[in-house]
Design a protein around this ligand. Structure first.
Ligand code: NI
Length: 168
């Protein structure tokens, strides 16, 4: 168990483009394990490597669309790319690097991502709803994009008090 410090929006590294992962080694595995340990107590649904100060293309996303009675699970995406997207959703979005602030962001309703796993094997995964939003949000982080630059408006405190919101 190793939690890492989550960098916040003042950190210049959050606005840099991350380099691809080229070595699928123990160091990458440790990073992904630590990211999971870091995300879990925050009750977040996703985390990108640059949020813990590593400028490499790796993210984790919690798949919350699971059948009743089954556990949510983390998806590790190394060098992810969105290869298909469809539909649209407009909703509140937050970020562990921007604590306490939420804004309305337009995202696709469905996305398909091609990525590598921690051992370098390629795979494809589809997400819908919150999972699609999270794939987009985390992959944006790898290009130095924080949601506040994409959001159409930030939410007021009254709106925050009334709604159920998730942080990514
Ligand atoms: Ni974020």
């Amino acid at each position: 168990m190793a939690r890492r410090n989550i960098l916040t929006k003042e950190e210049p590294g959050l606005y840099k483009k991350c380099r691809p992962v080229t070595d699928f080694n123990a160091r990458l595995h440790q990073l992904l394990d630590d990211m999971a340990d870091t995300l879990e107590p925050e009750n977040g649904v996703g985390l990108a490597a640059p949020q813990v100060g590593v400028l490499r293309r790796a993210v984790i996303v919690l798949e919350t669309n699971v059948p009743e009675g089954e556990d949510e699970y983390l998806i590790e995406l190394v060098n992810p790319e969105i290869i298909e997207s469809s539909g649209e959703q407009y909703g509140a979005e937050g970020c562990l690097s921007v604590p306490g602030e939420y804004g309305m962001v337009r995202r696709p309703m469905n996305v398909k991502v091609r990525a590598q796993d921690r051992d370098g094997n390629f795979f494809e995964v589809e997400g819908t709803g919150l999972t699609a939003r999270c794939f987009c949000h985390e992959i944006d982080h790898l290009d130095g994009v924080v949601f506040t630059s994409k959001c159409e408006r930030m939410l007021s405190e009254e709106e925050l008090e009334s709604g159920k919101l998730e942080e990514e």
